[in-house]
Design a protein around this ligand. Sequence first.
Ligand SMILES: Nc1nc2c(ncn2[C@@H]2O[C@H](COP(=O)(O)OP(=O)(O)OP(=O)(O)O)[C@@H](O)[C@H]2O)c(=O)[nH]1
Ligand SMILES: [Mg+2]
Length: 476
Amino acid sequence: MRGDSLVISSLADSLVRGVETIGDSVSETFFEPVIRLGVTGLARSGKTVFITSLVANLLDRGRMTGLVAQQEGRINAAYLQPQPDDTVPRFDYESHMSDLTGPEPHWPDSTRAVSELRLSFKARPAGLLAGLQGPRTVHLDIVDYPGEWLLDLALLEKSYEDWSQETLSRIEKRTEAAEFLAQARAADPASVHDEPTAQALAAAFSTYLNKAREAGFYDCTPGRFLLPGDLAGSPVLTFAPLPISDPSRRRTLQREMERRYEAYKSKVVKPFFRDHFSRIDRQVVLVDALGAIHKGPQAVEDMRRAMADILSAFRPGRNAWLSQLLLGKRVERILFAATKADHLHHLQHPRLTAIMEALTREARDRASFAGAETAALSMASLRATTEEMRSHNGSELPCVRGTLLDSGKQAAFYPGELPDDPAHLLAPARNGADTWLGEDYGFMAFAPAHLTLRPGDGPPHIRLDRAAQFLIGDRL
Ligand SMILES: Nc1nc2c(ncn2[C@@H]2O[C@H](COP(=O)(O)OP(=O)(O)OP(=O)(O)O)[C@@H](O)[C@H]2O)c(=O)[nH]1
Ligand SMILES: [Mg+2]
């Protein structure tokens, strides 16, 4: 008898366990909401610092009063968890955090690929349900990907010939492109394909793209040439635009370049949209508007165009392949955030926000049209400065003070006064001005400040809580 009951209990045990396992995956899929937050922006726009500080401030929420669920005391816990996608690199939160807040704080290295992190909350629902339900789990999957990859969407609709022509004519006058253009003109597209020639052309083209990006041009596609990751050296990245006059014949350089361009589209661009982009619910687009303003009118105009192109991905109606892929699913909210606002005294923040709004207006109008809610704000993910007023020639200048990145010295800095009306910047930019009239906009690179964080506090920021409220607040 005893033996029997033992058998029964262990059977029951395994039954229970079986049910639990099923229960887990069922509740995971059906009852625990998942928010997929995409974080993107052009190179150096502040993606890595944003995610690191966002996660740190969601784990320790002392500085997140603008997040309503936090204000109302409904978040019981937040913790990092293994992410659901086994083949995507994990966002290296811990090392970025120790870069930023360690004993010798420094900015993290550039990142070159898509990465992901899952943060889970135990939160009590708001309103009427609060009394009836206990805390529930909400997962936040944060996906970091380069904005340049969105620009590649435009390639899907272009043949190799069209793309070659367009690219060559656009870069014709750029000094950064001189060397590549000389090589491309000297190449004979109709000659028999040989690998060293193809490689030399591709290398010259990617050198051009890197120089162009350094110089502040934003139209640097194909995006993976700048961020090759583990595709470096593979045939999908060994092509370049060529001056084409005749239709391609078999086994020619032109035919092989064309084939690789098509492979880039089908094996690199499409999988990114299919596996990552199509699953995003909420999106933040980070913009280094101050950096562009400092570089001058051309950089601002270039950035405006790149933003419009980037955002056309969020208006899928324009691209037949993408609309098919998404089948009506769309990003619900898009936030346009001007980063690094700690370079400006807060008196100037409304002006930066106004510039941000104007810079993305066209694109935002279209996105709203597609049903997404949009907002613009200026913020700093990690505040590296303090504010002070300094008198100068009888007037008081609103300055910021911080540690200069190159010298390590403390300095107060006045960046210049942004115009009240964003058109004063955007109109000359659109009209092809070479320099700003009147005002110069300085830009200082500050090092992250030494921090001593109180328990319960994340790193200091500006409006990161407001950004979080817009992006995920309604789901907590
Ligand atoms: N003062 C200040 N500087 C910032 C802030 N966020 C980013 N930066 C600066 O901008 C640089 C780029 O930030 P990242 O977060 O690495 O930018 P990214 O978009 O991840 O860059 P890539 O990985 O190269 O595409 C940093 O090295 C800092 O110099 C901020 O909140 N305040
Ligand atoms: Mg990065």
